[in-house]
Design a protein around this ligand. Structure first.
Ligand code: NDP
Length: 435
């Protein structure tokens, strides 16, 4: 706290990892004497910059942009760019810190970073968004590169924004390379990148259930969010025979007791992405559903829960409610959606709990595969990529078990993910000496 005043999200993320790492390194002198955890918890650099742009009325607007390059011990910095009014240095430092472990867990050679701006894309015209993205990249380009730092999308940054930023990067540098991931298929993007995070979170959930001799068939799922991760998680749950009961956005959640079918998911995707609509309008299209303004969906009884909206959206009281209502597994599609109290409660109740850094790593994994395809100047087919994604999620699950199996049938996936991710990065740092 003293080193990072007014950065509660960052302190929370470091504290969560430190709790598990302390146990693991207790008898490992080298990690202590080399201050490895402290070094990982101090970003390599934080770049903060002015983003100046002109709105449609000719007003000059000034926003702040950041790139946090947390750690590049095992590969170029890699992590998304977020455009949301809630973005600040603390949020980006927490995300870059988490990303470092997540990327290590995938088994691919990627370091950890994150960036973004407090720019709010809601209500902006396409031309305003384009001008903002161009201005953002006019500064960012000097800090990134295919072997240096490879940003991707995140909240508020989808294929369209990546296109605007890539166009500006190419124009300024005259280089066509894999400097960004999440690109369009026409200019170096990868198949299944869009689906990868949501699908991956469900593959991880399936792996946890399988480990206990169960599957998703007939399971009732409660999902928050209605963006990229949430809708693709819902899609995969439905494909594997589960029933999705809820989706949400920052206005509240909808509960559809009939189940949110593929057709309804397609409606939500079109409504949220193309029409920029609100989830509450779902009940006009599907009247059997109800809308609950200003609320999160955790009170709806379910077998499995997937928080897929944003950080700290599932608190201790919500965790208690989920467990009391019979929820047996939680797979985090979003980054740190459960607060520390909720995580402690899930662990104490010994339900299956997959932290975001393990469960939502499918997205960055396919981004890593996009980098490989760009370097090789080729494109893999969809079925090859689907198989690689599934294989990577299986690998992450296996690494979590290796370090998180408590020996009594319970797997502490948080501990497993933290230790496996830490060990890979820490061992690389030890090899480099004191730098
Ligand atoms: P989107 O922008 O597509 O969707 C975000 C969703 O979360 C929207 O439904 C949004 O509602 C809701 N939301 C945002 N802020 C809040 C809030 N404060 N309270 C309630 N709901 C909120 O983002 P993604 O689906 O891509 O990302 C969701 C989460 O997954 C984030 O934590 C992201 O970091 C994480 N993630 C995403 C990856 C990816 O590949 N996309 C990869 C790994 C992690 P509204 O429309 O009202 O804003």
């Amino acid at each position: 706290n003293r080193r990072n005043p007014h950065q509660p999200e960052f302190v929370q993320a470091v504290q969560e990892v430190a709790e598990d790492i302390f146990d693991f390194i207790a008898d490992k002198e080298e990690y202590h004497s080399q201050q490895i955890l402290r070094r990982i918890a101090e970003p390599d650099r934080v770049v903060s910059f002015r983003v100046c742009w002109e709105d449609d009325n000719g007003n000059i607007r000034v926003q702040r942009g950041w790139r946090v390059q947390n750690n590049n011990a095992i590969g170029p910095y890699k992590g998304g760019i977020r455009f949301h009014p809630s973005v600040n240095e603390s949020v980006l430092k927490f995300l870059a810190f988490e990303q470092t472990f997540k990327n290590a867990l995938t088994g691919l050679p990627m370091g950890g970073g994150k960036g973004g701006s407090n720019f709010n894309p809601k209500g902006k015209s396409v031309r305003e968004i384009m001008r903002f993205c161009q201005s953002f990249m006019t500064e960012l380009f000097r800090h990134i590169g295919p072997d240096v730092d490879v940003p991707a999308g995140d909240i508020g940054v989808g294929g369209r924004e990546i296109g605007f930023m890539f166009g500006q990067y190419k124009r300024i540098t005259n280089h066509f390379n894999g400097v960004l991931t999440g690109k369009g298929l026409e200019y170096g993007g990868s198949l299944i990148r869009t689906e990868a995070t949501g699908y991956g979170a469900v593959y991880f959930l399936e792996n946890m259930l399988k480990h206990r001799g169960m599957d998703l068939h007939g399971k009732k799922a409660v999902i928050s969010g209605s963006g990229n991760v949430a809708t693709h998680a819902a899609e995969k749950i439905v494909q594997l025979g589960g029933k999705v009961l809820t989706l949400s956005d920052s206005g509240g959640f909808i509960h559809d007791p009939d189940g949110i079918s593929q057709e309804k998911i397609d409606w939500v995707k079109a409504h949220k992405t193309h029409r920029r609509g609100r989830i509450e309008e779902y009940v006009e299209a599907y009247p059997a559903a109800t809308f609950h303004a200003g609320k999160t969906p955790w009170g709806v009884p379910c077998d499995v829960a997937l928080p897929c909206a944003t950080q700290n959206e599932l608190l201790g009281a919500d965790a208690r409610m989920l467990v009391e209502n019979g929820c047996i597994a939680v797979s985090e599609g979003a980054n740190m959606p459960s607060d520390l109290d909720a995580v402690h409660h899930f662990k104490a109740a010994k339900i299956m709990f997959a932290p975001g850094k393990a469960a939502n790593a499918g997205g960055v994994a396919v981004s890593g595969l996009e980098m490989s395809q760009n370097s090789a100047r080729r494109s893999w087919k969809e079925d090859e990529l689907q198989a690689m994604l599934k294989d990577i999620m299986d690998g992450i699950h296996g690494r979590c078990i290796a370090y998180g199996d408590q020996g009594d049938g319970y797997v502490d996936y948080v501990k497993g993910a933290n230790i496996a991710g830490f060990k890979k990065v820490a061992d690389a740092m030890l090899a480099f000496g004191v730098v």
